[in-house]
Design a protein around this ligand. Structure first.
Ligand code: FPP
Length: 263
């Protein structure tokens, strides 16, 4: 039963054969665009190993996908794009792979920052940034500073991010306010919790994309995903391009969201 549901999800979210980027764009209804799209950039390692290459090769290829997706997200007027680049659990990987990922982040921000500014993209790193290596922290600080006044796409890069840790931090911050009598326990509602997350002030994701054929949330945006639509595909992240994003958006617009209510 579960397997057939999963198969249905995959079949229904695969790319339609022979549909061009232009056709997909014409099928998009600008009035029903998701405001926030979140992506778990998965499959880099397997993509590389299938080509007989080291995992680092897959991560580097994954940066090309990221470049393309940030560009098109900005072009089509998304408000927020959040990508999962490094989780609180990814420290369990070999030191060498962690170094590759941190170096790629620094290189990416260094190379892209001018274009991001030109495209009015506001870069935000979400997660425990203070625990990142110094060169990564510096690159993030520069990107924040350079794009601070940008008013277009908000581009959240989840780095040393964990959904549970984010909730723990929110609870700590709220408790501290209660202890200082700045907040009464009666005032702690859903809005107060949302306002203490890294994504405070941003809409929750309307759409979550997970490439590479796995069906997990992987500790990503646990609170924010409560009513998010999921779009899963077998395409590996290094092969994921704007046409896949456009297909996901077209499929999203065909869905009926009820948020627990009726039609
Ligand atoms: C998961 O794939 C991917 C990651 C842990 C890192 C994602 C990083 C990038 C796309 C590039 C660097 C990021 C930035 C912001 C420049 P995996 O390696 O776990 O794939 P697997 O499941 O096939 O092993």
């Amino acid at each position: 039963m579960i397997r057939s549901i999963v198969n249905f999800i995959c079949r229904s979210s695969g790319r339609e054969a022979d549909v061009s980027e232009e056709t997909l764009k014409t099928r998009l209804d600008p009035s029903r665009m998701p405001r926030h799209v979140a992506i778990i950039m998965d499959g880099n390692g397997r993509w590389a190993l299938r080509r007989g290459m080291p995992r680092a090769y897959g991560h580097r290829a994954g940066v090309e996908s990221l470049r393309d997706i940030v560009r098109v997200s900005s072009e089509i007027g998304l408000k927020v794009l959040t990508v999962y680049a490094f989780s609180t659990e990814n420290w369990k990987r070999p030191r060498e792979e962690i170094d590759v990922l941190m170096n790629l982040l620094v290189e990416y921000l260094h190379k892209e920052i001018d274009e991001l500014c030109r495209n009015n993209v506001k870069v935000r790193a979400i997660g425990k940034i203070e625990e990142l290596p110094a060169h990564a922290r510096r690159a993030v600080a520069i990107a924040h500073e350079r794009t601070e006044s940008c008013t277009g796409l908000i581009f959240n890069i989840a780095l040393n991010y964990g959904g549970r840790m984010e909730l723990v931090e929110a609870v700590r911050a709220i408790s501290a306010k209660v202890a200082r009598n700045e907040l009464s326990p009666d005032d702690i509602g859903q809005e107060a919790i949302s306002n203490h997350l890294y994504t405070a002030g941003q809409p929750d994701p309307d759409l979550l994309i997970r490439p590479s054929g796995d069906y997990r949330v992987s500790n990503f945006l646990l609170w924010q995903l409560a009513y998010t639509e999921f779009w899963l595909t077998d395409v590996m992240w290094p092969d994921f391009r704007r046409i896949h994003l456009l297909q996901a958006l077209v499929d999203f617009q065909r869905r009926q969201r009820r948020f627990g209510g009726l039609n």
